[in-house]
Design a protein around this ligand. Structure first.
Ligand SMILES: NC(=O)c1ccc[n+]([C@@H]2O[C@H](COP(=O)([O-])OP(=O)(O)OC[C@H]3O[C@@H](n4cnc5c(N)ncnc54)[C@H](OP(=O)(O)O)[C@@H]3O)[C@@H](O)[C@H]2O)c1
Length: 271
């Protein structure tokens, strides 16, 4: 079990020290990676996959401090250098503060996974402007602000990986999800534009579009609705967060000639 030493400045908490021997053979050894929303769900699985390749991990949470600490302690046990950061990514200034703190504490960010996201489902007739704004700020605007905050150091280094977790809903739309679908479609279009701008600097930018993945996000779906969705998935089941994480790991370790892609991982639900 690792120890936790609180660093008092700016809310950052360093959880562990590096283990150079273990990191040597790993493909992301020493690379600083940030996964927004890595306290649970898909983000947690992604952080785990990158940490397993030796990345220096910035674990990020908004409200789930305890689960973020738990994630970080797992990495610490495995010998990773890791620190935990809090930020509400729906707020531009917090996105910038988050990435500044990571750079100051762990080093310049080379891998950014924009994963943090929420849903506030309601039909358009009932959806409030606040529900629209909250989803667009958290799921789309945060991607812009976090990307902006890591860009210049990545350009200076001539290498970077930016991976945006979009959604099948951004490709197909869905009843009751106008806010979520619009934000995720925006993420896909943002990805394609920024990929064109940044390729010359050795930075790839890709979007992953998962179908239904078993996490807290879909835990409130009524059982009948879940069965109805499953019946439309050719591979007959929901996805697992680790399956999405493996795709992110592939993009970071072997995806050198992939940029501007929207990668479907959805059991065949949308082709
Ligand atoms: N699950 C699916 O079926 C599915 C399908 C397609 C795409 N996705 C996308 O995959 C991503 C992860 O989804 P998930 O299923 O893993 O969701 P989840 O289990 O609900 O986890 C959401 C994560 O986002 C963080 N978060 C929420 N609001 C935030 C905010 N304002 N600022 C910063 N972080 C915030 C949460 O942090 P705290 O817990 O610390 O607050 C948590 O770590 C999302 O972008 C989602 O849209 C999910």
């Amino acid at each position: 079990m690792g120890h936790e030493s609180e660093l008092s400045h700016e809310g950052e908490r360093m959880i562990s020290a590096p283990s150079p021997e273990k990191e040597k053979s790993k493909r992301l050894a020493g690379k600083v990676a940030v996964v927004t929303g890595s306290s649970r769900g898909i983000g947690r699985a992604i952080a785990k996959a990158l940490a397993a390749e030796g990345a220096v991990m910035a674990v990020h949470y908004c409200r789930g401090r305890d689960s973020a600490d738990e994630v970080a302690k797992d990495f610490e046990r495995a010998g990773n250098k890791v620190a935990v950061f809090q930020a509400d990514c729906s707020r531009p200034e917090e996105c910038h503060r988050l990435l500044e703190q990571v750079a100051r504490q762990l080093g310049k960010v080379e891998i950014l996974v924009n994963n943090a996201g929420i849903n506030r489902d309601r039909s358009i007739r009932k959806m409030s402007a606040a529900e629209w704004d909250e989803v667009v700020h958290t799921n789309l605007n945060s991607v812009f602000h976090c990307t902006k905050a890591v860009l210049e150091p990545m350009i200076a280094r001539g290498w970077g990986r930016i991976i945006n977790i979009a959604s099948i809903i951004g490709q197909t739309g869905a009843f009751g999800q106008a806010n979520y679908a619009a934000a995720k479609a925006g993420v896909i279009a943002f990805t394609k534009s920024v990929a064109q701008e940044l390729a010359r600097y050795g930075i790839t930018v890709n979007a992953i579009c998962p179908g239904f993945v078993d996490t807290d996000m879909i835990s409130n779906m009524p059982a009948a609705a879940k069965e109805a969705v499953k019946s439309r998935i050719p591979l007959g089941r929901f996805g697992d967060a680790d399956e999405v994480a493996r795709l992110v790991r592939f993009l970071c370790t072997e995806g050198d000639w992939i940029t501007g892609a929207q990668l479907n991982i959805n059991g065949g639900q949308f082709m």
